[in-house]
Design a protein around this ligand. Structure first.
Ligand SMILES: NC(=O)C1=CN([C@@H]2O[C@H](COP(=O)(O)OP(=O)(O)OC[C@H]3O[C@@H](n4cnc5c(N)ncnc54)[C@H](OP(=O)(O)O)[C@@H]3O)[C@@H](O)[C@H]2O)C=CC1
Ligand SMILES: Nc1c(N[C@@H]2O[C@H](COP(=O)(O)O)[C@@H](O)[C@H]2O)[nH]c(=O)[nH]c1=O
Length: 589
């Protein structure tokens, strides 16, 4: 079977002249796709946000589209319909890899049939069973596919990728934590109270802020309050404006000691679910049922179990509008991902007036939870402070999906492959590590063979080769002379971090090739290493480094595992199943 050597390995943009310009354009269009993808927010029930922008080679937008609601035409289809003939030879920018699955190839087919020749993908699909599928399908149809952070890397690209992560934060956090994306929202006075000592709270925030809350409700699958908020506020919890999406209202009450008259029991505008402790007030449960309110019982009512339950019911995004008691319990259970705090410029005082978050058991300020990606926004007279309590995970592809691995190495049988992990040199397959003590001889710029104590020594030194600065040459010599691969890695990495100008400008585009050549040498000249590599035929090789998400597979399989990929590629070549031939790049020791 023939397959293109390096098809997945050569960052295409790095080969062309004006890299930063190309990156700026790619980044701008991907960001536009991300912005576009959010357009349906509040009008339809929350779903993954897909946007697609098609740009011609002259940089004109030919067509664009976004997924309006689950089950409607994919963004890619809408964009090619809008672009028509102008799509031929154009580039499609997608904030999120299409979720084509189970035989549905609508988005991929639309791009292929429209004659798109290149696709730039912001992030891969966060769901494991979909991740990499569409990227692979597009590549197999001959499109050039560049995934941000993998095939394209630079500061602007990183910013564009971040916008893609944020626009689908609910989907990503839900996929990683197996609970719906949860936002805690509250309105407090400047002295940190969410109600007066009497419990009266209407209103703390301004009308403008409250309209903003209606919008937030419209972007959510459900709004949650605790029993006490129902008793004190008799809330409606609707998105008001009408016409848009109406979230489910959920009440968490252990006692079920709730009033018979309550706005939430009127389900004509929106449905209500009361979640309670098993066996609580059976008669009241019957009463609620007679009003059309669904009751769900739990053995023990805690926010995590409840959230796992709503995850399984398919909820993507939930807005918590409870008081401090339930908020503290939800934060402690680590189900809250984001906070929206409206701060009103008023003071109510009151020693016993409730505050937004109750007891968390912390005793020192150093234990305080820091928000991430914070935004400050003035809304009328109020200040809205928002931020994440948990970082949006940086999604990199898992160890190559079965399909991708098969494309790199046909000896790996899709769906039946085993995984061989290696990391430390003392592991059973530790000789696969770059740190293994196997010297190699590689040609220098003049074609003379130079000995390096390990692949890592050679790799680290190549960062500084050819840079016209004595400090760079110094680095090369230092790395070459150190006794251990650890030291070589330490020097190489810290010099790169501290003095990026000493690193050759094309490093990002050649580093995979540098590694490939070094590995090829190592596994050619040591027969026992060659046998060990061939003995793994059929297995997926993963460098189990929890730190290095480029060469390694990461702690949870989130790393790119390029070292494993290169070894599989070499294995396939050694097994003679590749039609690719490369010139001899090393000498026997
Ligand atoms: N300004 C603002 O943004 C807001 C202000 N408020 C104000 O806050 C006050 C109410 O605050 P608060 O009493 O904290 O109300 P909560 O909304 O936090 O309700 C607490 C109740 O939630 C129920 N509950 C169910 N499971 C749990 C659990 N695992 N942990 C904790 N509680 C659970 C219990 O109900 P049960 O007793 O029925 O078993 C508990 O009494 C009111 O004055 C209200 O006006 C409320 C929301 C927002
Ligand atoms: N007091 C207060 C809020 N309180 C929250 O809003 C709920 C009332 O919603 P509704 O009945 O739909 O208007 C109430 O139970 C509580 O959860 N929200 C705010 O944005 N600002 C405020 O000042």
């Amino acid at each position: 079977m023939a397959f293109a050597l390096g098809a997945h390995f050569s960052p295409p943009i790095c080969k062309v002249g004006n890299i930063s310009h190309a990156h700026a354009d790619d980044a701008a269009y991907v960001r536009r796709a991300a912005d576009l993808s959010e357009k349906s927010a509040g009008f339809t029930s929350p779903h993954p946000n897909f946007g697609c922008v098609i740009a011609t080679s002259s940089g004109k937008v030919a067509g664009e589209g976004y997924l309006y609601a689950q089950g409607t035409k994919p963004a890619e289809v809408l964009a090619v319909e809008a672009g028509g003939e102008r799509c031929r030879g154009a580039t499609a920018y997608l904030n999120l890899e299409p979720g084509d699955c189970h035989g549905d190839h609508t988005a991929v087919s639309a791009l292929v049939q429209a004659g798109i020749t290149r696709a730039v993908v912001g992030i891969r699909h966060p769901l494991q069973h979909l991740r990499g599928k569409a990227v692979c399908a597009l590549r197999s149809q001959g499109l050039q596919v560049d995934v941000l952070g993998e095939d394209l890397q630079s500061k602007v690209i990183e910013e564009a990728r971040k916008s893609c992560l944020l626009v689908n934060a609910p989907l990503i956090l839900r996929a990683c934590s197996r609970v719906p994306f949860s936002v805690l929202k509250y309105a407090m006075t400047l002295d940190g109270k969410i109600a007066a000592s009497s419990g009266h709270a209407s209103w703390i925030s301004s009308k403008m802020s409250r309209s903003r809350v209606f919008e937030l409700r419209g972007r959510s699958d459900a709004v949650i309050v605790g029993g006490n908020t129902v008793r004190k506020d008799n809330p409606r919890l609707t998105a008001r404006d009408g016409g848009g999406h109406m979230p489910m209202r959920i009440v968490l009450s252990q006692t079920l000691n709730l009033p018979e008259e309550a706005n939430l029991w009127d389900v004509s505008d929106a449905s209500t679910i009361v979640v309670t402790q098993r066996g609580a007030r059976r008669n009241f449960q019957k009463f609620l049922a007679s009003k059309g309110v669904e009751v769900v019982e739990f053995d023990i009512l805690n926010p995590r179990d409840v959230m796992e339950y709503f995850h399984d019911r398919g909820y993507l995004s939930i807005l918590w509008e409870c008081g401090g008691t339930l908020a503290a319990s939800a934060i402690s259970s680590r189900v809250i991902h984001k906070v929206f705090a409206f701060v009103a410029p008023k003071i109510i005082g009151g020693k016993n007036a409730p505050t937004p978050v109750g007891e968390l058991g912390m005793v020192e300020m150093s234990q305080a939870l820091d928000l991430i990606d914070i935004c400050y926004e003035q809304v009328g007279p109020d200040m809205l402070i928002s931020g994440f309590l948990q970082p949006v995970p940086d999604l990199m592809p898992v160890i190559p999906s079965e399909d991708e691995t098969f494309a790199i190495d046909p000896t790996v049988t899709p769906y039946e492959s085993s995984v061989i992990s290696f990391y430390k040199t003392w592991d059973p397959y530790g000789a696969f590590s770059n740190f293994s003590p196997h010297p190699i001889q590689m040609p220098d710029g003049d074609g003379n063979y130079v000995t390096w104590s390990s692949v890592e020594h050679y790799y680290q030194a190549q960062k500084f080769i050819g840079v016209n600065d004595p400090a760079a040459q110094d680095c090369v010599e230092k790395i070459k002379a150190v006794r251990s691969p650890e030291e070589a890695a330490r020097i190489g990495r810290s010099m790169q971090r501290q003095y990026p100008d000493l690193v050759r400008s094309d490093w990002d585009s050649i580093k995979i090739d540098v590694m490939y050549r070094a590995l090829k040498c190592k596994f050619s000249i040591y027969p026992h290493l060659n046998s060990m590599l061939l003995s793994t035929a059929g297995s997926v090789l993963v460098e189990a480094s929890p730190h290095d998400l480029f060469w390694g597979g990461g702690r949870e399989g989130e790393g790119l595992n390029y070292l494993g990929r290169l070894l599989m590629q070499l294995r396939s070549e050694f097994l003679g199943e590749s039609s690719t031939s490369t010139e001899n790049t090393c000498s026997a020791l």
